[in-house]
Design a protein around this ligand. Structure first.
Ligand code: ACM
Length: 520
């Protein structure tokens, strides 16, 4: 490496990059030349650069900053881009809009970190080093889950989170919308889901099984318009919002709103105030399947995502084992026993999603085979990624030991309260390996990618979300985009990338202040 031309510290690392002599300066006279279809990327570039630079970057037919959308660039695939910066101009090319959006993020990272500021930064020379980059992601699924069910965040914050994902070329924002402790997805036919299920009276303090609670009601839900606008905001940035409305477990908030959907219709339940795995699950009557189909139809109306997450995890079968209606269903469907109702239920729900032209996604569980059309999110064991891929499922790797960011970043006692039992340090995330233990090209091709999970039982504030997400999401993004396990190279780049996170006021190094009640 030429020391006079330091490598730009890009995260994720581009697949091919060479640094050339010279620099290109953006100033008041810089004009964009934009080919048909590249206008949204030009608008994104302007939007992202305007707050710090104030540059107009208007369009002109002889502009020196050229954005080209050209479907003939097939080698760049759905998301790749080529970027040439010389002292005389910039050429950003892609075959698809998502590629241009990712290229815009590279332009941002090549500029001085002050460009990420939301306030004017006069006096900074807005220069890009001359480079030649050809960049195509190794994996098509580069995701991040945010659990807004355990603790709600307003849609304004979700937009910021999308921006942080896009900066790292992460392309799936998995929005965990419903759970035992809260239902955040509006459903026109069932307004009580959000009116009743959107609010709990209090919250457990400490991990599952604790006997302490705070005294603070917690609630919130989105409107359809907010979610639709979020989807559009993310799409421009190359990010797909993957909605998750999980069944048949993790539904206590829905049961609080609609007891008739449960296994003891006369019983009144509250929105759960505990953490852990709840015993209460959906019943298996035809009216329950109708309910799930209605909800999913509305989910699919709001979210154009090709994948729809239907949950499927942690579904205790105790209620089905004693419910006369569930036992009658077992007999009618000739199932071997109540435990088989889980697979039966998932089959029906997945089938509905498939008939609507979408692809269902479900969490891998012990002992229950998912319908073959399901994309499997494997979270319990790394090995499940490979067993599901060999069975012919598409798979997203979400192994909790490497991708669950509700676990502490380090064993230090100074870490904020976290999910106990495991530490997920930065090295573990960057070591994430998506090659099979034994060569198996067919299984390997089934693994779409990986994603980080941020469950929020103990995470109530944006600052805490970001402290847990960053820099671990930087490591995940690096591995799923580039695929190379070069820890030293990553940490060298990260040191300089941290200046970007600082400018964005991401508290990546500073634990959030401890809420007074939330001692674990
Ligand atoms: C999960 O952590 N229950 C998917």
């Amino acid at each position: 490496m030429d020391l006079h031309r330091p490598h730009p510290a890009l995260v994720p690392r581009p697949r091919r990059l060479s640094v050339r002599p010279g620099r290109f300066r953006l100033d008041d006279t810089t004009r964009l030349r934009v080919t048909p279809g590249a206008e949204p990327a030009a608008a994104l570039l302007r939007t992202l650069l305007a707050p710090a630079t104030g540059l107009p970057l208007t369009t002109a037919s002889d502009g020196t900053f050229v954005l080209v959308l050209d479907a003939a660039l097939t080698g760049l695939g759905e998301e790749g881009y080529g970027l040439t910066v010389s002292p005389h101009g910039v050429l950003l090319r892609a075959a698809r809009p998502a590629g241009l959006a990712h290229g815009v993020q590279t332009v941002r990272q090549l500029l001085p970190h002050q460009v990420l500021s939301d306030a004017p930064r006069p006096g900074v020379p807005w220069e890009l080093p001359a480079v030649e980059i050809t960049d195509v992601p190794r994996h098509s699924w580069r995701g991040a889950l945010l659990d807004v069910a355990r603790h709600f965040q307003p849609v304004s914050y979700l937009r910021r989170y999308v921006d942080l994902l896009a900066l790292h070329k992460l392309n799936v924002f998995h929005l965990h919308l419903t759970d035992d402790q809260g239902w955040r997805m509006p459903v026109t036919a069932y307004p009580r889901l959000t009116e009743v299920g959107g609010r709990r009276a209090r919250s457990m303090v400490g991990p599952a099984g604790s006997d302490r609670f705070d005294d603070e009601p917690h609630g919130g839900f989105y409107t359809r318009a907010e979610l639709a606008a979020l989807v559009a905001y993310a799409a421009v940035r190359g990010v797909t919002v993957l909605p998750e409305v999980g069944v048949p477990g993790h539904v206590r908030a829905a049961l609080a709103a609609h007891p008739e959907l449960g296994n003891s219709p006369e019983r009144r339940l509250d929105v759960w105030t505990h953490w852990g795995v709840c015993e209460n699950v959906l019943g298996v009557g035809d009216h329950v399947l109708d309910f799930v189909r209605t909800v999913l139809d509305e989910v699919m109306d709001v979210f154009p995502s090709p994948h729809i997450h239907i949950g499927g995890d942690e579904c205790p079968t105790a209620e089905w084992e004693t419910s006369p209606a569930a036992l009658a269903r077992v007999a009618r469907e000739r199932l071997p026993g109540p435990r088989a109702l889980h697979g039966w239920f998932m089959d029906r729900v997945a089938g509905h999603v498939v008939r609507a032209g979408r692809r269902p996604v479900a969490w891998a569980e012990h002992g229950s085979r998912l319908p073959p059309e399901c994309t499997v999110m494997s979270w319990r064991e790394s090995a499940h990624t490979w067993s599901a891929a060999r069975r012919g499922h598409d798979v997203v790797h979400a192994d909790h030991r490497a991708t669950y960011f509700d676990y502490a970043r380090s064993p230090s006692p100074l870490e904020p309260p976290a999910q106990p039992g495991v530490v997920v340090d930065l090295r573990t995330v960057h070591d994430l390996d998506l090659t099979p233990p034994k060569p198996d090209p067919r299984a390997e091709a089934r693994v779409l990618g990986a994603q980080g999970q941020l469950w929020t039982e103990f995470v109530t504030t944006p600052g805490h979300i970001e402290y847990l997400s960053f820099p671990r999401l930087c490591a995940l993004a690096d591995r799923v985009w580039d695929g190379t396990a070069d820890w030293r190279d990553f940490t060298t780049r990260l040191t300089r990338h941290e200046a970007r996170l600082d400018t964005l006021r991401v508290p990546h190094a500073t634990p959030p202040p401890r809420p007074t009640h939330a001692t674990v």
